[in-house]
Design a protein around this ligand. Structure first.
Ligand SMILES: Nc1ncnc2c1ncn2[C@@H]1O[C@H](COP(=O)(O)OP(=O)(O)OP(=O)(O)O)[C@@H](O)[C@H]1O
Length: 260
């Protein structure tokens, strides 16, 4: 029996009608993402990376083609709480403690008080923030805030984690550390991850599959299956295998770049 892909798009199109005319944010995007894959989307500004994730999350309506999430329509998958979503800005409420921020979706979903408590503690531990639940967001560093927002997305235990440039605003050392932590978390939880980034090293370090995109219209120019082992210390970035994949990503980006 063949396994149903977790995310499958076929000839997906999304054209926005704007005052300046139509904008083809996605054109003919066909892609399969299997269970437990870590898939990065990389490409210049405006190539449709965010739009693709938003279609998966049923936040945008495609204008053509088909898209399924866990074999369902994105809308059905949203109702089935198939995914957690992590945005570029941590988006934590400043008047709620970290624990209460993480608890918010659980409150909305109607989990019992005891279950909320248990889940909050579990995900705080998963992202290495045990002991910080009582702090307010402003008492935490940017990296810790982003870990808290990942914990919030993990709290209701969805199989899919959608992450839109979660580490884009952090300095490189913090980012390296969070990349390492994210890989460990992925290995521990077996989630399927869709991850948007502008960084070639980040995409190559994290992914099992790298989707290279180009703008006007937003489309896929290359899909690279990583040959790197699952166990990845940071210094893997100096190996010939790593550099070879990075090179191919760069070639794909160059081919689709308009230089304007
Ligand atoms: N709601 C909208 N209305 C009109 N145009 C939109 C809308 N959302 C996105 N677009 C356009 O669609 C294209 C793709 O945008 P998108 O945000 O998906 O790109 P991106 O690759 O994620 O870019 P970035 O790296 O800057 O986040 C862009 O040209 C953008 O201006």
């Amino acid at each position: 029996m063949t396994q149903v892909p977790v995310i499958e798009s076929k000839n997906l199109d999304l054209t926005f009608e704007t005052a300046d005319g139509p904008v083809a944010a996605l054109k003919d995007v066909s892609l399969q993402i299997g269970a437990g894959e870590f898939v990065s989307f990389i490409g210049p500004s405006g190539c449709g990376k965010t739009t693709f994730l938003r279609c998966v999350a049923a936040l945008e309506e495609p204008t053509g083609g088909s898209l399924t999430v866990n074999g369902m329509s994105p809308e059905e998958a949203r109702k089935a709480r198939a995914y957690g979503y992590v945005f570029q800005a941590a988006g934590l409420y400043p008047w709620r403690t970290i624990a209460k921020n993480i608890r918010l979706p659980l409150e909305i979903m109607g989990f019992s008080r005891a279950e909320q408590e248990e889940r909050v503690n579990r995900v705080l531990e998963l992202v290495d923030l045990a002991g910080f639940g009582g702090k307010y967001p402003w008492q935490l560093s940017g990296g810790m805030q982003q870990r808290a927002s990942i914990a919030r997305a993990l709290s209701f235990d969805a199989d899919i984690l959608l992450m839109d440039e979660p580490f884009g605003a952090l300095d490189e050392i913090v980012r390296d550390h969070l990349n390492e932590e994210l890989l460990k978390l992925w290995a521990r939880t077996g989630k399927t991850i869709g991850f948007v980034t502008h960084s070639i090293p980040e995409a190559v370090y994290l992914s099992t599959k790298i989707v290279v995109m180009s703008p006007r219209p937003g489309r896929i120019t290359d899909v690279i299956e990583s040959t790197l082992p699952q166990e990845r210390p940071l210094d893997i970035r100096d190996t010939p295998e790593f550099l070879e994949i990075a090179h191919r990503v760069r070639d794909g980006l160059r081919a689709g770049h308009a230089y304007d």
